[in-house]
Structure formats: C-alpha cells, structure tokens
Design a protein around this ligand. Structure first.
Ligand code: BTN
Length: 250
C-alpha cells in the first residue's frame, strides 16, 4: 500500500502476456507513451529476457517476469533502485517462507543457499540528465525445476528450495506491496534501507574481485554507500568505491 495516499499504486494497472520478448521492452514503450507510475507488465515467458551487462536472462514458464514503470523524483538516485528491488525480493521470500534465509549479493542478486533466485535490471530514460522514467525489471525463479548448464550450478528456484510449488500470483502480490513500501519510504530515508541491505548482504567482509571498465580490483567489502555504491578496501589499504554499472563480481 502506498504510504502517500493509502491507495496502491504499484500494479494498479497491469498488462499481462503469455509470451513476450522482454517485459522491460514493453514497459519502456508504455512509459514513452506516458503510462503512469506503478504500471506493471508481466509475462508468463520471455524469449529474449534481458539480464545485467547484456546477458541473456533465462525466462521460461514457471517464473515471475515483471517490469514496473517508475517516475522517481529528480533528487532520487537511480542506482538505489536495484538495491530496493533486491531487498523487495528478499523481504518477500522471508515473509512467505520463514525457513529460508534470503541474502543479497550486491547490487541486485537475490540469493538462497548460495544460488541466485532472482535479479533486478533497472533502465533509466533521461533527458539532459533529468530522469524521465525508470523501468525496474525483476525476475524471480519461482517454479522452475531444471536450469540449463551452466546456470544449473549457480541458479535455484523457490520450488527447488522448499520442495513444492509456489503461487506466482501470491508472490507477485507480496513483492509489489514490499516494493511500494520500500520505494516511498526510501524517498524520505534511505539510510534505514541501507541498513537493511547490509543485513541481507552476502558480501560484507568477504574478499572479492570486481571487474569494471577501469580494470579489475581485488579487496574486502566494507559496505554500501548512500548512492548504492560498493566500498572495497583494496590490498594497498586504499578504499575504492565501485558503482553498480558494469560490475562483475567473481
Ligand atoms: C540480472 O541479470 O540479474 C537481472 C535480471 C532481470 C530479469 C528481469 S525478468 C523481467 C525483466 N525483463 C527482462 O527482460 N529482464 C527483467
């Protein structure tokens, strides 16, 4: 429920499809045509699902593939949205399945028992550095039973983790509620969201290698800053801030 008016905004208008190339693409077209904030695009299957860094996102029937149109205030830092999306997934998993311990692998992977169960891909449209809209694309492996190689080593689904089918509709409802709450509360106070992200983090204190456009950096993860950047302590002792674009964690 929106903290602003008491009326749900996320998913007030929903476009549902059996199969699309990518819900992000459709949401982008709708946003260009003026669709309202909170408009949702959901498809049972995607044949050209987009993952981060141009990767293909495996999106067969059984998963939850959705894109949300957001029109954040100009002061809102877009890189925070990936973190919000990942927290939304983690909160929903924890709320629906108290036995599972979801984690977040910065900036946008939702993890269960070391394997990826969901991800977030945010795309912003800006004119002269002013954000006009953001598409928050979220994929959650709900009832997927088998993953092709090499995904089978790194991905999991809710069904695989809890041993029975899960209702996509109920998970979607829970996720939208959590995302809306996070989105509006974060506009007044992002620090408590960051605290929550740190609590869910699977990387804090760990040694990681991060590949960026500037090269590879090795270091220990110290935290996440106000803009959603990852803070590393390099072997030299220096701190390095990594922004969420173009990052691959080894
Ligand atoms: C990632 O690489 O972790 C991000 C994956 C995001 C996938 C979702 S599924 C719904 C939406 N439509 C897409 O084409 N991608 C996102």
């Amino acid at each position: 429920m929106s903290l602003v008016s008491g009326v749900r905004i996320f998913g007030k208008k929903i476009y549902t499809y059996a199969q699309v190339k990518s819900t992000n693409k459709i949401a982008c077209q709708l946003a260009e045509q003026g669709a309202e904030e909170g408009t949702l695009v959901v498809s049972e299957e995607q044949i050209e699902g987009e993952g981060r860094a141009g990767h293909y996102w495996f999106s067969p029937q059984g998963g939850l593939w959705l894109s949300l149109i957001l029109r954040p205030p100009t002061s809102f830092c877009v890189s925070r949205l990936s973190i919000l999306g990942a927290i939304g997934i983690a909160r929903s998993v924890r709320k629906m399945f108290s036995l599972l311990s979801p984690r977040i692998r910065w900036p946008n992977d939702a993890i269960i028992n070391g394997k990826k169960v969901g991800g977030v891909l945010c795309k912003a449209r800006s004119i002269r550095k002013r954000v006009i809209f953001v598409i928050m694309g979220i994929g959650v492996n709900i009832n997927i039973e088998e993953f092709p190689s090499p995904l089978c080593f790194t991905a999991t689904s809710l069904k695989r983790e809890i041993g029975h089918s899960v209702s996509n509709e109920i998970f979607q409802e829970c996720l939208l509620e959590e995302l809306e709450r996070l989105y509006f509360s974060s506009q007044n106070d992002f620090s408590s969201i960051l605290e929550e992200a740190r609590g869910f983090s699977s990387l804090l204190g760990k040694q990681v290698g991060v590949q960026t456009r500037e090269g590879e950096f090795l270091g220990v993860v110290q935290g996440i800053d106000e803009e959603g950047g990852l803070i590393l302590r390099l072997e030299s002792g220096m701190q390095k801030r990594i922004s969420s674009e173009e990052v691959y964690i080894k």
